[in-house]
Design a protein around this ligand. Structure first.
Ligand SMILES: Nc1ncnc2c1ncn2[C@@H]1O[C@H](COP(=O)(O)OP(=O)(O)OP(=O)(O)O)[C@@H](O)[C@H]1O
Length: 592
């Protein structure tokens, strides 16, 4: 129950609604219990010849009313008790189940918001599937505890207390004898629920294995056919269905045993009520109506007791799920913005002897790197693949922190400035473009929190040289992307991603190899537009392609995480070093 304590804050939030729900539970059970009591009174009055029956303050005088009228009265009262009970059950569900849905909503939002603040390390450690599972599956297990779990528990306590009180009023010994089978039934149901859960889980696993085989086979059907492996694939499928069938058969067997066992135990309680009640009636300790009421009480206690085992397994599952949720909720972001002062980026960036090694890596990705970028300067990083170019941008955005050295922004240490404001003034176009299944316009608008006019969206698309492509679609900027819409080419996606960064009106623009899929002519147009952008103070370009960066005022050449050359295009060509070699090679490739 330790991990479920986390939910106490939510119980406190909805305390009044929960309290009201509890009152409804008590009220519904009060009227439910009155039904057998009323029946007992009626039967005993008729048998004893007492013509005055009283129930909840109402008198039915059998003498003045004829039999038909009296029966009608009795029927109406009995029915009214059932209806009133039903109304309270309705309100009970409307309060307690609603609270469970409110908490489910709050909890999902809390987890989702927490996911947003967690950093790069967290996402590296945990798979997307796991993240999704905890916010969906685990929260729904917790919801089962919050809703049905709590409601049936309160109901059980209220009903048990009221019923036993009424039963003891009739006969204490008979109560004790009749109740003996019920805890046995609860224990059995608990054990069976546990077994059912375990086997269901195994069946679910087999089923997902089966789905994977089907999905893989049909997505790779060409390969299967080309290599003539149809019969092997078929055998694999049959083997997997056999296993799945085996689990299902087990489940059917357990379920088949379950129902008759419960019926037996209920039957035993009923027989005890009638047999022992009958014996007691000879000595006058229990009336005939009392026996009828007992049979009714036993029946009313059956479901709550039967559900006790089920409830225990719900609580256990919720406990395990909440523990998994808490594990993520207690996770702290490794980088926290502690400075909330104003910050306006003026354009100076400095790396001083920066060294950074990724967790689990043997070698540093960046080694003792120093450089300075002055306000208004456009700088490029070039180097072979895995030379550490993208890592520099991650360090600059403080997504990761160096183990040695210092990063200064406008002469202040990066970890002392307001990171949120610095990031707000930066536009980054990542190497891997991600577009949402939404309209193109909304994908561009995603870049900013501010509301921007259509004209601004068109303008940045023009700057990224993608407006004419977008307008060629029937729905223009309202064209849907992704599963429900069209797919853009690699180069178009990159340009939409640039438009998304530009809509932020960034002072610092970071382009991480984001022009790799566009031809050199288009690239030149985009770079020319970016140069004309008045908002941008500095542009940092990371690229393999010399054509993307030769106009940069400063080019830094990296090799294996180290700076090997620095200078303008001309200076580096004249130096006849690594850069010059790359340039010659790329020129040769272009001419082929
Ligand atoms: N998340 C990570 N965890 C561990 N190592 C990483 C991680 N990201 C990058 N690296 C390693 O750091 C080194 C530098 O990677 P980086 O992505 O900065 O190179 P790059 O120059 O941008 O490469 P490319 O041009 O191929 O994009 C590589 O050896 C890479 O394997």
């Amino acid at each position: 129950m330790k991990s479920l304590r986390y939910l106490n804050k939510y119980f406190l939030k909805y305390k009044w609604l929960l309290l009201l729900g509890t009152l409804f539970v008590v009220a519904s059970n009060y009227f439910y219990i009155k039904m057998p009591v009323f029946l007992k009174d009626v039967i005993d009055s008729i048998i004893s010849g007492n013509n005055d029956v009283e129930v909840i303050g109402l008198h039915i005088d059998m003498e003045t009313n004829n039999v038909v009228r009296a029966a009608l009265y009795i029927g109406v009262i009995y029915l009214s008790l059932a209806v009133i009970k039903g109304i309270f059950v309705f309100f009970m569900r409307q309060t307690i189940i609603k609270v469970s849905r409110f908490i489910e909503f709050d909890l999902k939002n809390e987890i989702y918001a927490h996911y947003q603040v967690l950093g790069y390390k967290f996402y590296k450690k945990n798979s997307t599937g796991d993240l999704m599972n905890r916010i969906a599956e685990d929260v729904s297990h917790v919801r089962m505890y919050l809703g049905p779990g709590i409601m049936y528990n309160i109901n059980l306590v209220a009903l048990f207390a009221m019923t036993v009180y009424q039963m003891i009023n009739i006969n204490a010994w008979l109560t004790l004898i009749v109740l003996i089978p019920l805890p046995i039934m609860s224990y059995l149901i608990y054990k069976v629920s546990e077994r059912i859960n375990a086997v269901s889980l195994q069946a679910q696993k087999e089923q997902s294995g089966l789905s994977t085989i089907v999905q893989e086979t049909f997505s790779g059907i060409r390969v299967v056919k080309a290599y003539g492996r149809e019969s092997e694939v078929n055998e694999r499928f049959v083997g997997s269905t056999k296993k799945y069938k085996g689990k299902l058969m087990k489940l059917v067997f357990i379920n088949s045993l379950f129902q008759p066992t419960i019926m037996c135990l209920i039957g035993l309680s009923t027989i005890l009520a009638i047999y022992v009640g009958g014996l007691f009636s000879f000595t006058g300790e229990v009336s005939f109506g009392g026996i009828v009421a007992f049979v009714s009480f036993v029946n009313s206690l059956t479901w709550p007791f039967a559900s006790l085992g089920w409830l225990t397994s719900i609580i256990q599952r919720a406990e395990a799920s909440q523990a998994r949720i808490n594990e993520f909720l207690h996770e702290q972001p490794e980088i926290v913005n502690e400075n909330h002062r104003e910050f306006t980026f003026r354009g100076k960036i400095e790396f001083r002897n920066v060294t950074f090694t990724y967790e689990g890596a043997n070698e540093p990705a960046i080694k003792n790197l120093s450089f300075t970028i002055l306000p208004g300067e456009n700088v490029a990083f070039v180097g072979r693949t895995a030379s550490g170019k993208s890592t520099i941008l991650k360090l600059l955005m403080r997504q990761v922190e160096p183990q040695h050295g210092e990063i200064l922004i406008d002469d202040q240490p990066l970890d002392s400035i307001n990171l949120d404001l610095f990031r707000d003034q930066t536009g980054i176009v990542p190497q891997e473009v991600f577009l949402f299944s939404d309209t193109i316009a909304n994908n561009i608008r995603f870049g900013t929190n501010e509301t921007v006019s259509d004209e601004e969206v068109f303008k940045v698309a023009e700057y990224a040289y993608v407006r004419h492509n977008i307008e060629a679609f029937d729905d223009g900027f309202n064209t849907m992307l992704g599963e429900r819409g069209v797919n853009l080419s690699g180069g178009q996606k990159q340009r939409v991603s640039i438009a998304r960064a530009l809509i932020r009106k960034p002072k610092l623009l970071l382009l991480d190899d984001c022009l790799s899929a566009v031809d050199t002519e288009t690239e030149e147009i985009i770079l020319k537009h970016l140069k004309e952008d008045r908002n941008v103070l500095n542009t940092i370009i990371v690229s393999h392609r010399i054509s993307s960066l030769r106009n940069a005022q400063k080019i830094i050449v990296l090799d294996n995480g180290e700076k090997v050359e620095e200078g303008s295009h001309e200076q580096l060509i004249n130096a006849e070093g690594v850069y010059n070699d790359m340039y010659i090679k790329q020129l040769a490739e272009e001419n082929i």
